[in-house]
Unconditional design. Structure first.
Length: 201
């Protein structure tokens, strides 16, 4: 009996656009209900959506991932997740950018398996190395900004009159939290942040 098909999409922040990956996965034929979008750092230990997906996965299920660093940002976590999915749960992993790593490859002789293992280790190394370089550049940029007395970090957006009005209505119990979130198209964390910013005005 054929398993279900899933996709894991991860972007590191709320600002990054996941739509490109969604389009790729839907073109493959993966139902939108089986496409899991994770918007947090791969270094995060929470990864709530990913953990829920892992619980859903059963032996024979197929999991599509764009590339190896979607499993994690560091060397050890990538290898641990790979082992958990492929060895412990019997999940088939397919990569959009490196199909040679697909675990259902028709080529399964000793040399092919050896090649895939080497490429997996290289991919895990490259993922952590790239993450460390990004963090190093960020730290250097912050240090330079501090030294020059410049503000650093993402600038806050301008609060609109509509946002002020919706927050006021919510705080005065005129509308519910769900209604406020719907009106502003915000998540809870972003809405509470907006409330704090308006309170400090």
């Amino acid at each position: 009996m054929a398993g279900n098909i899933y996709a894991l999409i991860r972007v590191s922040t709320e600002e990054q656009n996941e739509q490109r990956q969604v389009i790729k996965m839907t073109e493959i034929g993966i139902p939108k209900s089986n496409i899991v979008i994770e918007k947090e750092s791969g270094k995060s230990t929470a990864r709530i959506k990913y953990k829920k997906l892992v619980k859903r996965l059963k032996q024979g299920d197929i999991l599509y991932i764009e590339n190896i660093d979607r499993l994690g940002r560091d060397y050890n976590s990538i290898l641990e997740e790979w082992h958990r999915l492929t060895k412990q749960k019997g999940v088939i992993i397919k990569f959009l950018d490196t199909p040679i790593l697909d675990t259902d490859s028709a080529e399964n002789d000793l040399f092919s398996r050896f090649t895939r293992d080497i490429l997996l280790l290289i991919g895990a190394f490259q993922a952590e190395n790239e993450y460390l370089k990004i963090k190093s550049r960020q730290a250097q940029g912050i240090a330079v900004a501090k030294a020059e007395g410049k503000p650093y970090g993402r600038p806050k957006s301008i609060i609109t009159e509509e946002e002020k009005y919706i927050v006021e209505q919510y705080q005065n119990n005129k509308i519910s939290l769900d209604e406020a979130l719907k009106y502003l198209d915000r998540k809870k964390s972003a809405f509470y942040d907006l409330c704090d910013r308006i309170k400090k005005l």
